[in-house]
Design a protein around this ligand. Structure first.
Ligand code: ZN
Length: 179
């Protein structure tokens, strides 16, 4: 069992290295690590720092999907729970985007309590990055489309953490009022 501060710190460090040079989608071409920091932070606040493995999984949640990282490696470096939380948040990239999106909606309710929180935090962060002060027509469409889908995913994941649910609802509100 790795001490909690070390666990989270090592997760952040590995995520930073694995996602090095990647940019996130949305506003200002931010480095990808900003998205991971945001998700991990939302999870830390939502649980008031009580679940280091969840926060570590927040840092790592896109490593299997987007980088050369495997479940086995995460299990060995961190823990089985961290590894399985990340696996639960990993889409099958061999499927089409439409199918991946459909499966996120269908599979949401079956996920573990922790994975549901990561999914919600991920959507909060991704909607936020798509809110522009002067959106183009394309940016508007993308935000409306993403937000509508995120609401369907979150509908199947919510109920485990009232603060995170409210944070998501507030972000949806902010997105709609920017359209
Ligand atoms: Zn993500």
């Amino acid at each position: 069992m790795i001490a909690p501060v070390r666990l989270v710190s090592e997760a952040a460090e590995l995520a930073a290295r694995r996602h090095n040079g990647m940019a996130r989608k949305g506003r200002g071409n931010e480095p990808y690590i900003n998205h991971l920091a945001e998700v991990a932070h939302l999870l830390a606040v939502a649980t008031d720092g009580a679940d280091a493995e969840l926060v570590a999984a927040g840092w790592l949640h896109d490593t299997i999907e987007d980088t050369e990282t495997t479940r086995e490696e995460l299990a060995e470096r961190f823990s089985q729970r961290v590894a399985s939380l990340v696996v639960e948040c990993t889409d099958d990239m061999s499927l089409s985007k439409a199918e991946r999106r459909r499966l996120q909606v269908v599979h949401g309710p079956k996920k573990s309590a922790g994975a549901k929180l990561i999914k919600i935090a991920d959507k909060v962060s991704n909607i936020g990055a798509r809110i522009h002060s002067n959106p183009t027509a394309e940016e508007r469409d993308d935000l409306a489309d993403y937000t509508g889908w995120a609401e369907q995913v979150v509908a199947g994941c919510r109920g485990g953490n009232p603060w995170l649910d409210t944070t998501f609802d507030d972000m949806v509100q902010k997105a709609r009022s920017s359209l």
